[in-house]
Design a binder for this molecule. Sequence first.
Ligand code: GAP
Length: 458
Amino acid sequence: MQKFTFDKITNHLTTSGFVYPGSDIYGGLANSWDFGPLGTLLKNHIKTAFRDHFVRKNKNIVEIEPAIIMNTKVWETTGHVSNFHDPLIDCKNCHSRFRADELINSKDKDICCDGKSNEELSELIKTLDIACPECGKKDFTSIRQFQMMFKTFMGVTEEKSNIVYLRPETAQGIFVNFKNVMRSQRMKLPFGICDIGKAFRNEITPGNYIFRTREFEQMEIEFFYSPKDSFNYFNFFKEDCLKFLDELGLKKENLRYRDHAKEELAFYSEATTDIEYLYPFGWGELMGIASRTDYDLSRHGESSKEDLKYLDQETNEKFYPYVIEPSFGVERLMLAILCDSYDEEQLENDTRIVMHLNPKLAPYQVAVLPLSKQLAEEGEEVLSIINRRFDSVYDVTGSIGKRYRREDAIGTPFCVTIDFDTKEDKCVTVRERDSMKQERVKISSLCEYIQNKIESME
Ligand code: GAP
Protein backbone atom coordinates (compact mmCIF):
# COMPACT_ATOMS: atom_id res chain seq x y z
CA MET A 1 0.00 0.00 0.00
CA GLN A 2 1.20 3.51 -0.78
CA LYS A 3 1.42 5.93 2.17
CA PHE A 4 -0.55 8.78 0.56
CA THR A 5 -3.80 8.82 -1.36
CA PHE A 6 -3.80 9.47 -5.08
CA ASP A 7 -6.08 12.50 -4.57
CA LYS A 8 -3.68 14.08 -2.13
CA ILE A 9 -0.72 13.69 -4.51
CA THR A 10 -2.55 14.78 -7.67
CA ASN A 11 -4.02 17.86 -5.93
CA HIS A 12 -0.52 18.83 -4.91
CA LEU A 13 0.80 18.31 -8.46
CA THR A 14 -1.95 20.45 -9.96
CA THR A 15 -1.73 23.32 -7.45
CA SER A 16 2.06 23.48 -7.53
CA GLY A 17 2.33 23.67 -11.33
CA PHE A 18 3.30 20.19 -12.52
CA VAL A 19 0.05 19.29 -14.32
CA TYR A 20 -3.02 21.39 -15.20
CA PRO A 21 -6.38 20.20 -16.52
CA GLY A 22 -6.37 20.62 -20.33
CA SER A 23 -8.39 23.52 -21.84
CA ASP A 24 -9.19 24.55 -18.27
CA ILE A 25 -10.77 27.97 -18.93
CA TYR A 26 -13.35 26.33 -21.24
CA GLY A 27 -14.36 23.78 -18.62
CA GLY A 28 -11.65 21.33 -19.59
CA LEU A 29 -11.53 18.48 -22.09
CA ALA A 30 -12.11 15.07 -20.57
CA ASN A 31 -8.87 13.37 -19.56
CA SER A 32 -6.62 15.86 -21.27
CA TRP A 33 -3.79 17.41 -19.32
CA ASP A 34 -1.34 20.23 -19.86
CA PHE A 35 2.07 20.27 -18.27
CA GLY A 36 2.97 23.37 -16.29
CA PRO A 37 6.48 24.81 -15.90
CA LEU A 38 7.47 22.18 -13.33
CA GLY A 39 5.98 19.25 -15.24
CA THR A 40 7.64 20.39 -18.45
CA LEU A 41 11.05 20.59 -16.80
CA LEU A 42 10.56 17.21 -15.13
CA LYS A 43 9.52 15.59 -18.43
CA ASN A 44 12.55 17.09 -20.16
CA HIS A 45 14.84 15.77 -17.42
CA ILE A 46 13.28 12.30 -17.70
CA LYS A 47 13.91 12.30 -21.45
CA THR A 48 17.50 13.49 -20.92
CA ALA A 49 18.09 10.73 -18.36
CA PHE A 50 16.64 8.17 -20.81
CA ARG A 51 18.88 9.45 -23.63
CA ASP A 52 21.91 9.41 -21.31
CA HIS A 53 21.32 5.86 -20.19
CA PHE A 54 20.19 4.21 -23.41
CA VAL A 55 21.58 6.33 -26.27
CA ARG A 56 24.52 8.54 -25.28
CA LYS A 57 26.34 5.78 -23.40
CA ASN A 58 25.75 3.20 -26.16
CA LYS A 59 27.83 3.61 -29.28
CA ASN A 60 25.45 1.32 -31.20
CA ILE A 61 22.14 3.09 -30.42
CA VAL A 62 21.08 6.22 -32.33
CA GLU A 63 18.04 8.44 -32.04
CA ILE A 64 15.73 9.61 -34.83
CA GLU A 65 12.62 11.78 -34.99
CA PRO A 66 10.09 10.40 -37.48
CA ALA A 67 6.87 12.21 -38.42
CA ILE A 68 3.72 11.72 -36.36
CA ILE A 69 1.52 11.41 -39.45
CA MET A 70 2.72 8.61 -41.70
CA ASN A 71 1.56 7.00 -44.92
CA THR A 72 -1.64 5.06 -44.18
CA LYS A 73 -0.03 1.96 -45.73
CA VAL A 74 2.19 1.78 -42.62
CA TRP A 75 -0.83 1.12 -40.41
CA GLU A 76 -2.50 -1.19 -42.93
CA THR A 77 0.68 -3.27 -43.06
CA THR A 78 1.14 -3.54 -39.29
CA GLY A 79 -2.48 -4.59 -38.83
CA HIS A 80 -3.37 -1.49 -36.80
CA VAL A 81 -6.14 -0.46 -39.23
CA SER A 82 -7.87 -3.82 -38.96
CA ASN A 83 -6.87 -4.95 -35.45
CA PHE A 84 -6.11 -1.99 -33.17
CA HIS A 85 -9.51 -2.16 -31.53
CA ASP A 86 -10.86 -2.26 -28.01
CA PRO A 87 -14.07 -4.16 -27.15
CA LEU A 88 -16.65 -1.55 -26.17
CA ILE A 89 -19.78 -2.32 -24.15
CA ASP A 90 -22.48 0.00 -22.75
CA CYS A 91 -24.83 -0.38 -19.82
CA LYS A 92 -28.38 -0.12 -21.27
CA ASN A 93 -29.69 1.31 -18.01
CA CYS A 94 -27.26 4.14 -17.11
CA HIS A 95 -25.41 4.36 -20.46
CA SER A 96 -21.98 4.07 -18.81
CA ARG A 97 -19.35 2.82 -21.21
CA PHE A 98 -16.75 0.15 -20.45
CA ARG A 99 -14.06 -1.99 -22.02
CA ALA A 100 -15.44 -5.53 -21.93
CA ASP A 101 -12.02 -7.02 -21.11
CA GLU A 102 -11.63 -4.66 -18.15
CA LEU A 103 -15.07 -5.59 -16.82
CA ILE A 104 -14.16 -9.28 -17.03
CA ASN A 105 -10.76 -8.79 -15.40
CA SER A 106 -12.28 -6.75 -12.58
CA LYS A 107 -14.15 -9.95 -11.65
CA ASP A 108 -11.39 -12.43 -12.49
CA LYS A 109 -7.97 -10.97 -13.22
CA ASP A 110 -6.58 -14.31 -14.44
CA ILE A 111 -8.86 -14.57 -17.49
CA CYS A 112 -7.00 -13.66 -20.65
CA CYS A 113 -9.34 -11.75 -22.98
CA ASP A 114 -6.84 -11.18 -25.80
CA GLY A 115 -7.90 -12.87 -29.03
CA LYS A 116 -11.45 -13.64 -27.80
CA SER A 117 -14.35 -12.81 -30.12
CA ASN A 118 -17.13 -10.35 -29.17
CA GLU A 119 -19.47 -13.30 -28.60
CA GLU A 120 -16.98 -15.07 -26.32
CA LEU A 121 -16.51 -11.89 -24.26
CA SER A 122 -20.30 -11.36 -23.99
CA GLU A 123 -20.70 -14.95 -22.86
CA LEU A 124 -18.02 -14.47 -20.18
CA ILE A 125 -19.80 -11.37 -18.87
CA LYS A 126 -23.00 -13.42 -18.52
CA THR A 127 -21.28 -16.47 -16.99
CA LEU A 128 -19.43 -14.35 -14.44
CA ASP A 129 -22.70 -12.57 -13.63
CA ILE A 130 -21.08 -9.15 -14.01
CA ALA A 131 -23.15 -6.10 -13.07
CA CYS A 132 -22.62 -2.51 -14.21
CA PRO A 133 -20.07 -0.98 -11.76
CA GLU A 134 -22.03 2.32 -11.92
CA CYS A 135 -25.70 1.30 -11.42
CA GLY A 136 -25.56 -2.40 -10.52
CA LYS A 137 -27.90 -3.53 -13.36
CA LYS A 138 -26.95 -6.52 -15.53
CA ASP A 139 -28.26 -5.29 -18.87
CA PHE A 140 -25.50 -4.61 -21.39
CA THR A 141 -25.47 -3.87 -25.12
CA SER A 142 -23.67 -6.27 -27.44
CA ILE A 143 -19.94 -5.66 -27.82
CA ARG A 144 -18.57 -3.50 -30.63
CA GLN A 145 -14.94 -3.20 -31.67
CA PHE A 146 -13.80 0.40 -31.37
CA GLN A 147 -10.91 1.64 -33.55
CA MET A 148 -8.37 3.30 -31.28
CA MET A 149 -6.39 5.24 -33.88
CA PHE A 150 -7.28 8.91 -34.28
CA LYS A 151 -8.28 9.58 -37.85
CA THR A 152 -7.96 12.84 -39.75
CA PHE A 153 -7.65 14.02 -43.36
CA MET A 154 -4.61 15.24 -45.22
CA GLY A 155 -5.34 17.77 -47.94
CA VAL A 156 -8.35 19.88 -48.72
CA THR A 157 -11.09 17.28 -49.13
CA GLU A 158 -12.42 14.86 -46.55
CA GLU A 159 -12.36 11.81 -48.82
CA LYS A 160 -11.51 8.23 -47.91
CA SER A 161 -8.31 8.43 -49.96
CA ASN A 162 -7.17 11.37 -47.81
CA ILE A 163 -7.56 9.58 -44.47
CA VAL A 164 -4.45 9.60 -42.31
CA TYR A 165 -3.91 8.46 -38.72
CA LEU A 166 -2.07 9.95 -35.78
CA ARG A 167 0.52 7.34 -34.82
CA PRO A 168 -0.55 5.10 -31.94
CA GLU A 169 3.09 4.16 -31.18
CA THR A 170 6.46 5.69 -32.02
CA ALA A 171 7.92 2.30 -32.96
CA GLN A 172 6.75 2.18 -36.58
CA GLY A 173 8.68 5.34 -37.48
CA ILE A 174 11.78 3.34 -36.56
CA PHE A 175 10.92 0.29 -38.69
CA VAL A 176 10.16 2.34 -41.79
CA ASN A 177 13.50 4.15 -41.39
CA PHE A 178 15.51 0.99 -40.68
CA LYS A 179 17.17 0.99 -44.10
CA ASN A 180 17.84 4.75 -44.11
CA VAL A 181 19.55 4.61 -40.74
CA MET A 182 21.46 1.40 -41.46
CA ARG A 183 22.84 2.76 -44.73
CA SER A 184 23.46 6.41 -43.85
CA GLN A 185 25.05 5.63 -40.46
CA ARG A 186 26.81 2.42 -41.58
CA MET A 187 25.26 0.52 -38.66
CA LYS A 188 26.32 -3.08 -38.03
CA LEU A 189 24.26 -5.57 -36.08
CA PRO A 190 23.54 -5.57 -33.24
CA PHE A 191 22.31 -1.97 -33.14
CA GLY A 192 19.38 0.03 -31.88
CA ILE A 193 17.25 2.99 -32.99
CA CYS A 194 15.45 5.15 -30.48
CA ASP A 195 12.43 7.40 -31.00
CA ILE A 196 10.99 9.73 -28.37
CA GLY A 197 7.75 11.52 -29.12
CA LYS A 198 3.99 11.81 -29.02
CA ALA A 199 1.60 8.93 -29.60
CA PHE A 200 -2.20 9.04 -29.73
CA ARG A 201 -4.83 6.46 -28.83
CA ASN A 202 -8.55 7.03 -28.64
CA GLU A 203 -8.77 5.13 -25.34
CA ILE A 204 -12.29 4.12 -24.26
CA THR A 205 -11.43 4.27 -20.58
CA PRO A 206 -8.74 6.88 -20.01
CA GLY A 207 -8.20 7.85 -16.41
CA ASN A 208 -6.13 7.80 -13.25
CA TYR A 209 -4.87 11.33 -13.96
CA ILE A 210 -1.98 11.14 -16.45
CA PHE A 211 -1.72 7.31 -16.28
CA ARG A 212 -3.97 6.54 -19.27
CA THR A 213 -4.55 9.42 -21.65
CA ARG A 214 -5.37 9.80 -25.33
CA GLU A 215 -2.26 11.85 -26.07
CA PHE A 216 1.00 10.78 -24.45
CA GLU A 217 4.71 10.45 -25.09
CA GLN A 218 6.68 7.28 -25.62
CA MET A 219 10.41 6.56 -25.43
CA GLU A 220 10.99 3.45 -27.52
CA ILE A 221 14.03 1.57 -28.76
CA GLU A 222 14.03 -1.10 -31.42
CA PHE A 223 17.17 -3.14 -30.89
CA PHE A 224 18.05 -5.22 -33.97
CA TYR A 225 20.17 -8.38 -33.82
CA SER A 226 20.89 -11.48 -35.83
CA PRO A 227 18.57 -14.41 -34.97
CA LYS A 228 21.79 -16.51 -34.89
CA ASP A 229 23.30 -14.30 -32.16
CA SER A 230 23.27 -16.38 -28.97
CA PHE A 231 23.32 -13.38 -26.58
CA ASN A 232 20.05 -13.02 -24.65
CA TYR A 233 19.11 -9.40 -25.53
CA PHE A 234 15.63 -9.80 -24.06
CA ASN A 235 17.03 -10.58 -20.60
CA PHE A 236 19.66 -7.89 -21.01
CA PHE A 237 17.02 -5.18 -21.63
CA LYS A 238 14.76 -6.53 -18.88
CA GLU A 239 17.60 -6.04 -16.41
CA ASP A 240 18.82 -2.79 -17.93
CA CYS A 241 15.36 -1.16 -17.84
CA LEU A 242 15.01 -2.03 -14.17
CA LYS A 243 18.52 -0.68 -13.55
CA PHE A 244 17.51 2.59 -15.26
CA LEU A 245 14.45 2.92 -13.01
CA ASP A 246 16.60 2.16 -9.98
CA GLU A 247 19.11 4.85 -11.02
CA LEU A 248 16.28 7.37 -11.23
CA GLY A 249 15.59 6.59 -7.58
CA LEU A 250 12.35 4.57 -7.74
CA LYS A 251 12.00 2.38 -4.66
CA LYS A 252 12.76 -1.28 -5.40
CA GLU A 253 9.72 -2.50 -3.45
CA ASN A 254 7.40 -0.48 -5.73
CA LEU A 255 8.62 -2.16 -8.93
CA ARG A 256 8.04 -5.67 -10.25
CA TYR A 257 8.25 -7.66 -13.46
CA ARG A 258 5.11 -9.17 -14.98
CA ASP A 259 5.82 -11.75 -17.65
CA HIS A 260 2.98 -12.08 -20.14
CA ALA A 261 1.35 -15.50 -20.26
CA LYS A 262 1.52 -17.39 -23.59
CA GLU A 263 -2.18 -16.66 -24.35
CA GLU A 264 -1.57 -12.93 -23.86
CA LEU A 265 1.27 -12.66 -26.36
CA ALA A 266 0.69 -11.08 -29.74
CA PHE A 267 1.06 -13.81 -32.39
CA TYR A 268 4.40 -12.40 -33.60
CA SER A 269 5.85 -11.99 -30.10
CA GLU A 270 8.15 -14.55 -28.50
CA ALA A 271 8.02 -12.93 -25.07
CA THR A 272 6.82 -9.77 -23.36
CA THR A 273 7.52 -8.54 -19.84
CA ASP A 274 6.03 -5.45 -18.26
CA ILE A 275 7.67 -3.54 -15.46
CA GLU A 276 4.85 -2.54 -13.15
CA TYR A 277 4.85 0.19 -10.52
CA LEU A 278 2.78 0.25 -7.36
CA TYR A 279 0.77 3.45 -8.04
CA PRO A 280 -1.49 4.66 -5.20
CA PHE A 281 -4.42 3.08 -7.13
CA GLY A 282 -2.62 -0.29 -7.40
CA TRP A 283 -0.04 -2.03 -9.60
CA GLY A 284 -0.02 -0.69 -13.17
CA GLU A 285 2.12 -1.13 -16.28
CA LEU A 286 4.91 1.44 -16.32
CA MET A 287 6.72 0.10 -19.39
CA GLY A 288 7.14 -3.05 -21.45
CA ILE A 289 9.93 -5.07 -23.07
CA ALA A 290 8.83 -7.12 -26.07
CA SER A 291 10.60 -9.62 -28.26
CA ARG A 292 9.01 -8.84 -31.66
CA THR A 293 11.01 -11.27 -33.82
CA ASP A 294 11.28 -10.13 -37.47
CA TYR A 295 7.54 -9.46 -37.75
CA ASP A 296 7.59 -5.70 -38.39
CA LEU A 297 10.56 -5.55 -40.75
CA SER A 298 9.40 -8.52 -42.82
CA ARG A 299 5.83 -7.15 -43.08
CA HIS A 300 7.09 -3.73 -44.16
CA GLY A 301 9.61 -5.34 -46.53
CA GLU A 302 6.93 -7.43 -48.23
CA SER A 303 4.34 -4.68 -48.32
CA SER A 304 6.61 -1.85 -49.56
CA LYS A 305 8.64 -4.15 -51.88
CA GLU A 306 11.76 -2.46 -50.46
CA ASP A 307 14.67 -4.65 -49.50
CA LEU A 308 14.71 -4.30 -45.70
CA LYS A 309 16.98 -7.29 -45.16
CA TYR A 310 20.38 -6.96 -43.55
CA LEU A 311 23.43 -8.14 -45.46
CA ASP A 312 26.04 -9.76 -43.27
CA GLN A 313 29.23 -8.81 -45.11
CA GLU A 314 31.28 -11.59 -43.54
CA THR A 315 28.98 -14.47 -44.40
CA ASN A 316 27.19 -12.81 -47.34
CA GLU A 317 23.89 -13.89 -45.79
CA LYS A 318 20.80 -11.72 -46.09
CA PHE A 319 18.11 -11.87 -43.43
CA TYR A 320 15.56 -9.86 -41.48
CA PRO A 321 17.03 -8.99 -38.08
CA TYR A 322 15.11 -9.85 -34.91
CA VAL A 323 14.06 -7.08 -32.56
CA ILE A 324 13.83 -6.41 -28.83
CA GLU A 325 11.70 -3.40 -27.96
CA PRO A 326 11.88 -1.57 -24.61
CA SER A 327 8.97 0.89 -24.57
CA PHE A 328 8.42 3.53 -21.87
CA GLY A 329 5.54 5.96 -21.44
CA VAL A 330 6.97 9.32 -20.32
CA GLU A 331 3.87 10.30 -18.30
CA ARG A 332 3.61 6.91 -16.59
CA LEU A 333 7.25 7.18 -15.57
CA MET A 334 6.71 10.78 -14.48
CA LEU A 335 3.70 9.77 -12.37
CA ALA A 336 5.67 6.92 -10.75
CA ILE A 337 8.55 9.29 -9.94
CA LEU A 338 6.21 11.87 -8.43
CA CYS A 339 4.24 9.35 -6.34
CA ASP A 340 7.45 7.69 -5.18
CA SER A 341 9.07 10.91 -4.03
CA TYR A 342 6.08 12.56 -2.32
CA ASP A 343 6.37 12.71 1.46
CA GLU A 344 5.01 14.62 4.43
CA GLU A 345 7.43 15.02 7.31
CA GLN A 346 6.53 15.92 10.86
CA LEU A 347 8.98 18.56 12.14
CA GLU A 348 9.14 20.02 15.66
CA ASN A 349 6.47 22.69 15.11
CA ASP A 350 5.47 22.07 11.58
CA THR A 351 4.77 19.54 8.82
CA ARG A 352 6.51 19.85 5.52
CA ILE A 353 5.60 18.41 2.13
CA VAL A 354 8.81 17.31 0.52
CA MET A 355 9.44 15.63 -2.80
CA HIS A 356 12.61 13.57 -2.56
CA LEU A 357 13.31 13.81 -6.29
CA ASN A 358 16.61 12.70 -7.74
CA PRO A 359 18.46 16.05 -8.27
CA LYS A 360 18.93 15.36 -11.96
CA LEU A 361 15.14 15.01 -12.36
CA ALA A 362 13.98 17.82 -10.05
CA PRO A 363 12.43 20.69 -12.05
CA TYR A 364 14.88 23.11 -10.45
CA GLN A 365 18.19 21.99 -9.03
CA VAL A 366 18.74 25.31 -7.26
CA ALA A 367 16.57 28.07 -5.79
CA VAL A 368 18.26 31.44 -5.28
CA LEU A 369 16.71 33.22 -2.29
CA PRO A 370 17.95 36.68 -1.24
CA LEU A 371 16.94 37.25 2.40
CA SER A 372 15.71 40.76 1.61
CA LYS A 373 14.62 42.71 -1.47
CA GLN A 374 17.56 45.04 -0.73
CA LEU A 375 19.85 42.16 -1.74
CA ALA A 376 18.41 41.94 -5.25
CA GLU A 377 21.66 42.98 -6.94
CA GLU A 378 23.70 40.26 -5.16
CA GLY A 379 20.85 37.78 -5.72
CA GLU A 380 20.75 38.38 -9.47
CA GLU A 381 24.51 38.08 -9.68
CA VAL A 382 24.42 34.67 -7.97
CA LEU A 383 21.47 33.62 -10.18
CA SER A 384 23.42 34.50 -13.33
CA ILE A 385 26.28 32.24 -12.20
CA ILE A 386 23.96 29.39 -11.21
CA ASN A 387 21.63 29.38 -14.20
CA ARG A 388 24.47 28.80 -16.65
CA ARG A 389 24.87 25.31 -15.16
CA PHE A 390 21.62 24.39 -13.43
CA ASP A 391 17.87 24.78 -13.85
CA SER A 392 17.14 27.42 -11.24
CA VAL A 393 14.40 29.59 -9.79
CA TYR A 394 14.59 32.98 -8.09
CA ASP A 395 12.28 33.88 -5.21
CA VAL A 396 12.27 36.98 -2.99
CA THR A 397 8.71 36.88 -1.64
CA GLY A 398 7.68 35.70 1.83
CA SER A 399 9.67 34.66 4.88
CA ILE A 400 12.70 32.48 4.27
CA GLY A 401 10.97 29.62 6.14
CA LYS A 402 7.99 29.77 3.77
CA ARG A 403 10.29 29.90 0.76
CA TYR A 404 12.18 26.80 1.95
CA ARG A 405 8.84 24.98 2.31
CA ARG A 406 7.80 26.00 -1.22
CA GLU A 407 11.04 24.59 -2.63
CA ASP A 408 10.80 21.38 -0.54
CA ALA A 409 7.28 20.86 -1.87
CA ILE A 410 8.46 20.90 -5.49
CA GLY A 411 11.62 18.89 -4.84
CA THR A 412 14.34 21.57 -5.28
CA PRO A 413 17.42 19.90 -3.76
CA PHE A 414 19.39 23.09 -2.96
CA CYS A 415 18.43 26.55 -1.74
CA VAL A 416 21.07 29.25 -1.93
CA THR A 417 20.47 32.10 0.50
CA ILE A 418 22.04 35.53 0.07
CA ASP A 419 22.29 37.56 3.29
CA PHE A 420 23.75 40.87 4.44
CA ASP A 421 27.21 39.31 5.00
CA THR A 422 27.39 38.13 1.38
CA LYS A 423 28.67 41.52 0.18
CA GLU A 424 31.58 41.32 2.62
CA ASP A 425 32.57 37.66 2.68
CA LYS A 426 31.47 36.69 -0.88
CA CYS A 427 29.77 33.64 0.59
CA VAL A 428 26.21 32.27 0.48
CA THR A 429 24.39 29.69 2.59
CA VAL A 430 23.46 26.44 0.86
CA ARG A 431 20.60 24.46 2.39
CA GLU A 432 19.99 20.85 1.45
CA ARG A 433 16.39 19.72 0.93
CA ASP A 434 16.59 16.28 2.54
CA SER A 435 18.80 16.88 5.59
CA MET A 436 17.88 20.60 5.86
CA LYS A 437 21.54 21.12 6.81
CA GLN A 438 23.10 24.45 5.92
CA GLU A 439 26.64 25.23 4.88
CA ARG A 440 28.46 28.48 4.08
CA VAL A 441 30.04 28.31 0.63
CA LYS A 442 32.19 30.76 -1.37
CA ILE A 443 30.36 32.10 -4.46
CA SER A 444 33.47 31.38 -6.54
CA SER A 445 33.16 27.63 -5.80
CA LEU A 446 29.34 27.44 -5.62
CA CYS A 447 28.74 25.62 -8.92
CA GLU A 448 31.44 23.05 -8.22
CA TYR A 449 30.08 22.53 -4.70
CA ILE A 450 26.55 21.91 -6.01
CA GLN A 451 27.78 19.67 -8.83
CA ASN A 452 29.75 17.51 -6.36
CA LYS A 453 26.72 17.28 -4.07
CA ILE A 454 24.46 16.24 -6.96
CA GLU A 455 26.90 13.56 -8.02
CA SER A 456 27.15 12.23 -4.46
CA MET A 457 23.33 12.03 -4.26
CA GLU A 458 22.91 10.07 -7.52
N1 GAP B 1 5.40 -0.18 -29.29
C1 GAP B 1 4.85 -0.97 -28.25
C2 GAP B 1 3.79 -0.30 -27.51
O1 GAP B 1 3.35 0.77 -27.86
P1 GAP B 1 2.29 -0.54 -25.40
O2 GAP B 1 2.37 -1.51 -24.25
O3 GAP B 1 1.00 -0.39 -26.07
O4 GAP B 1 3.42 -0.99 -26.41
C3 GAP B 1 4.07 1.06 -24.35
O5 GAP B 1 2.77 0.89 -24.89
C4 GAP B 1 4.04 2.02 -23.19
O6 GAP B 1 3.41 3.25 -23.58
C5 GAP B 1 3.22 1.54 -22.00
O7 GAP B 1 3.97 0.68 -21.16
C6 GAP B 1 2.89 2.84 -21.31
O8 GAP B 1 3.98 3.29 -20.53
C7 GAP B 1 2.70 3.80 -22.48
N2 GAP B 1 1.27 3.94 -22.83
C8 GAP B 1 0.53 3.15 -23.62
N3 GAP B 1 -0.73 3.61 -23.72
C9 GAP B 1 -0.80 4.71 -22.97
C10 GAP B 1 -1.84 5.65 -22.65
N4 GAP B 1 -3.05 5.55 -23.18
N5 GAP B 1 -1.56 6.69 -21.81
C11 GAP B 1 -0.32 6.83 -21.30
N6 GAP B 1 0.71 5.99 -21.56
C12 GAP B 1 0.47 4.94 -22.38
